[in-house]
Write a protein of this length. Structure first.
Length: 291
């Protein structure tokens, strides 16, 4: 398990470099997979998100944050179009699993055939160029990592990042609850993912306590992620590029499932973010000092 702090790390900066190099190596290996390229691309993009979560944790103390965060964001964008080609099929499968009794299965299979044709159309036209660009960006980040330093040490290098992310997540939750807009829900999701990544990184300092927090953040992130995928799926259904009658038949169950996911997310979010930010930070500080 490379994505976590260890007692053997000499300091936080050393941990930053070790974890980042490990994730970069794994992301490049995933992008090089030829047995299941679709899964490889998915895994490579996940590694980039984990790296950005790591950077966000030490952001206030990391002079290189802006450069490295932008580099990882841009690297992942090289693969975004490749990933999106199959995203509609995955969302359709999840919708069928969630609401089997609400869906016209003939319409669903009509859409599956159309989505398969869409996913395969032009799938290889720029594949290698995108993969080369992705690997090049990550190799450059790997090379720069040897010179990364932090302005603070110990918990001081982590505390502000933990505090800012927790506060941001609570604020985004309040905004999303008021508006229920897809944009605000997606913005909340991005903050929640950082909370999840930070819990994973720091799990060794108090495993029994942090395991539950990590699991809750993971579930919440998945709920909001599935909701975002359905937002994109609904846009696709309304785009006029898929069979009209089949698309129309799936609009109602899509909306119903989106509402269910929203309600479940807000219920869990109230529990996960119930603690006041200062109290949350002090709890992390105590765990760290004890560790």
């Amino acid at each position: 398990m490379g994505y976590r702090f260890k007692r053997s790390d000499p300091d936080i900066a050393s941990a930053l470099r070790r974890i980042a190099k490990d994730q970069i190596d794994k992301a490049i290996a995933s992008a090089n997979r030829d047995d299941d390229l679709h899964q490889g691309i998915h895994d490579a993009r996940k590694k980039c998100k984990k790296l950005r979560g790591l950077f966000r944790l030490v952001r206030p103390a990391f002079p290189g944050y802006m450069v490295e965060n932008a580099a990882l964001r841009d690297a992942a964008r090289h693969l975004a179009a490749l990933r999106e080609r199959g995203a509609g099929l995955e969302t359709l499968d999840r919708l069928l699993a969630a609401r089997p009794d609400d869906i016209d299965h003939i319409a669903a299979e009509t859409l599956r055939a159309a989505l398969n044709r869409r996913a395969s159309a032009g799938a290889a036209e720029d594949l290698e160029a995108r993969l080369v660009a992705f690997r090049s960006d990550l190799e450059a980040c790997h090379a720069r990592s040897a010179g990364w330093t932090l302005d603070k040490t110990g918990f001081s290098a982590l505390g502000d990042g933990l505090h800012d992310t927790y506060i941001g997540s609570r604020k985004k939750m309040v905004i999303a609850r008021r508006s229920r807009s897809p944009e605000d829900l997606h913005a909340w999701r991005k903050q929640v993912k950082y909370v999840w990544y930070h819990a994973r990184l720091l799990k060794p300092i108090k495993a029994a306590k942090i395991k539950h927090r990590s699991a809750q953040a993971h579930i919440l992130s998945d709920l909001l992620g599935d909701h975002h995928d359905l937002v994109d799926f609904r846009i696709l259904l309304e785009s006029g590029t898929l069979p009209g009658a089949a698309s129309a038949a799936l609009l109602a169950p899509t909306a119903t499932e989106m509402a269910r996911l929203e309600n479940a997310a807000f219920d869990l979010g109230r529990k996960l973010f119930a603690k006041k930010p200062k109290a949350d930070l002090e709890q992390w500080r105590k765990w760290w000092k004890s560790w």
